[in-house]
Design a protein around this ligand. Structure first.
Ligand SMILES: CC(C)(COP(=O)(O)OP(=O)(O)OC[C@H]1O[C@@H](n2cnc3c(N)ncnc32)[C@H](O)[C@@H]1OP(=O)(O)O)[C@@H](O)C(=O)NCCC(=O)NCCS
Length: 185
């Protein structure tokens, strides 16, 4: 029974991986911003190791295996990073196509994280605004994200970067936020 469950999960993760591979192609413009000694730019798989370490430090758990797979292949389209002058990772922002939002043409902002020693300096808000601007004038209708009820910084940084609460999600217990985008076509 457990084996069947694992098999089922693996198959559905493979489907999500293939969906992201297909939909991510050419979805984002190649913007780069310099601000306060940091560079905000599109990601690359070379940052994955640093992101995984920072993710564990911030969330206490590693990225799920299938997500690692997605970012190994789609990092330039679905990942933003903030780096210092030595190209060292300060923050990351990860997006993915969630199957339930595909019909709506919405891309989901899954994880955003800023190194603990750089938090509360406005980097989180700037990063989220930067990422959203990279998806403006694409074929997407909008971006979505979740902010857990007890994560006020996640909520405020999302609201300050243009997202608004549209509903509540029970599992996980969180606000669901949406940010419309200007469509190219
Ligand atoms: C959430 C996170 C990305 C925000 O990044 P950050 O760089 O620290 O945030 P910013 O400094 O850009 O902005 C946070 C905003 O929340 C506000 N804020 C912080 N604590 C607050 C509180 N207790 N009540 C009200 N507002 C609060 C800040 O004042 C700031 O708004 P301001 O610019 O008007 O002052 C960062 O804290 C982080 O990495 N957290 C751990 C990972 C996480 O929880 N990610 C989000 C879920 S995926």
């Amino acid at each position: 029974m457990q084996f069947l469950h694992m098999l089922d999960e693996t198959v559905s993760h493979m489907k999500v991986f293939r969906l992201n591979l297909k939909r991510a192609r050419g979805i984002r413009s190649d913007l780069s911003i310099s601000d306060g000694g940091f560079t905000y730019k599109r990601g690359g798989s070379s940052y994955l190791r640093e992101i995984e370490l920072l993710h564990i430090a911030l969330f206490g758990a590693p990225l799920l295996g299938f997500l690692r797979f997605i970012y190994r292949f789609c990092a330039p389209e679905l990942m933003s990073v903030v780096v210092d002058e030595n190209d060292k990772l300060i923050a990351y922002d990860l997006f993915f196509f969630e199957p339930s939002e595909i019909e709506l043409n919405v891309l989901h902002e899954l994880y955003v994280g800023v190194r603990a020693d750089y938090q509360n300096r406005g980097i989180g808000v700037k990063l989220r605004r930067y990422s959203a601007s990279c998806y403006e004038n694409s074929s997407l209708e909008g971006l979505s994200t979740l902010a857990h009820f007890d994560n006020i910084k996640a909520l405020r940084s999302a609201q300050k970067s243009g997202y608004a609460i549209t509903k509540k999600s029970a599992k996980p217990p969180a606000y669901y936020l949406y940010r419309p985008l200007h469509k190219r076509f």
